[in-house]
Ligand binder design. Structure first.
Ligand code: ZN
Length: 256
C-alpha cells in the first residue's frame, strides 16, 4: 500500500529544488474532466473503429471524413480543467514550470490558465481546423457552427478545399517543429514529471527517455504501471487530480 502523503511530500520537494521542470501529460489527466481515455475499457475505441481514423481514410473517403468530424465534435464539448490541470497552472504562477508537453488535444491546460506558448501539443489541437489546400486555419467551433447536419464534413470557406481538424491522425506524422521543441525541452530539464500517461505511444513516449538520458530526475503520476516506473524516483499510483492537488498544496505551503 502506498503512502500518498509521503510520496506527495517527496514530489513537492523535487519540484521546489528543480530550476527547470517539464510536465508531460497524457489522456489520464483529462479523464477526471470527463474526456474518455481512448484505449481503456469503455474508451473511445470501443465506440469508434480506430481503422476509420487514419489519415488515408480521411483523405480518401467522405463517409469516414464526416465520422471523424463527428467524433471530434462529441469529445470534450463542455470539458473543464480539473485539479491536475489547475495544479500545473499553479506551478507556472510559482515560477516552477518550464513547459508542458502533452499528448492531449483538448486545450484544458490553456483553459486552466497556461499561456499557449508553454503548451507543446504533440498531437495537435481540436481547437483548430486546417485547410489541406490553402493551409488556412479556422477555429473549430466556428467551422462546426456552420454545419447543417451531423453527417456533414466541412469545406474550406475560402477555397473549398478539404478541412481537417488540426489533430494528428493515425498514419500522419507529428508536427515537426513542436516535436523538435519538445525533445530539446526534455533534454534541457532537471525534473521531468509524467502525469496520466502509460508511456506506450511513440514518439511521444521518448520524451522522458530523452530527459533521463540527459540526467534529469523523473517522477510519475499514473493509475497503472508504465515501462519507466523503475527509472523514476517517485511513482504515485493515483488519479491525477487527487495526487497533484496534494503535491501543489505542499509546494505552495513552502513557496507562498
Ligand atoms: Zn482553403
Amino acid at each position: 500500500m502506498q503512502d500518498i502523503e509521503q510520496l506527495a511530500d517527496q514530489m513537492a520537494e523535487m519540484i521546489i529544488n528543480s530550476a527547470r521542470t517539464v510536465v508531460f501529460t497524457g489522456a489520464g489527466i483529462s479523464t477526471e474532466s470527463g474526456i474518455p481515455d481512448f484505449r481503456s475499457p469503455g474508451g473511445v475505441w470501443e465506440r469508434f473503429d480506430p481503422e476509420d481514423f487514419t489519415y488515408e481514410k480521411f483523405l480518401g473517403d467522405t463517409a469516414a471524413r464526416s465520422k471523424q468530424w463527428r467524433l471530434l465534435r462529441q469529445l470534450g464539448r463542455t470539458a473543464e480543467p480539473n485539479p491536475a490541470h489547475h495544479a500545473i497552472a499553479a506551478m507556472h504562477r510559482l515560477g516552477k514550470l518550464d513547459c508542458v508537453i502533452t499528448q492531449n488535444i483538448d486545450n484544458l491546460h490553456q483553459k486552466a490558465g497556461l499561456p499557449d506558448d508553454l503548451v507543446l501539443e504533440l498531437h495537435g489541437s481540436a481547437r483548430w481546423a486546417v485547410c489541406l489546400d490553402c493551409r488556412r486555419r479556422y477555429p473549430f467551433d466556428r467551422v462546426v457552427a456552420g454545419l447543417d447536419s451531423d453527417d456533414e464534413a466541412p469545406a474550406c470557406p475560402d477555397c473549398g478545399g478539404i478541412l481537417k481538424p488540426d489533430v494528428v491522425f493515425f498514419g500522419e506524422p507529428l508536427p515537426q517543429e513542436v516535436l523538435c521543441k519538445a525533445v530539446s525541452r526534455s533534454q534541457g530539464c532537471e525534473l521531468f514529471i509524467v502525469i496520466g500517461s502509460t508511456l506506450v505511444v511513440y514518439p511521444a513516449a521518448y520524451m522522458p527517455i530523452h530527459a533521463l538520458e540527459a540526467g534529469a530526475r523523473l517522477a510519475i503520476v499514473n493509475l497503472s504501471q508504465t515501462p519507466l516506473d523503475g527509472e523514476a524516483e517517485v511513482v504515485i499510483r493515483a488519479r491525477a487530480g487527487e495526487a497533484m492537488s496534494q503535491v501543489i498544496q505542499r509546494v505552495e505551503d513552502r513557496l507562498v
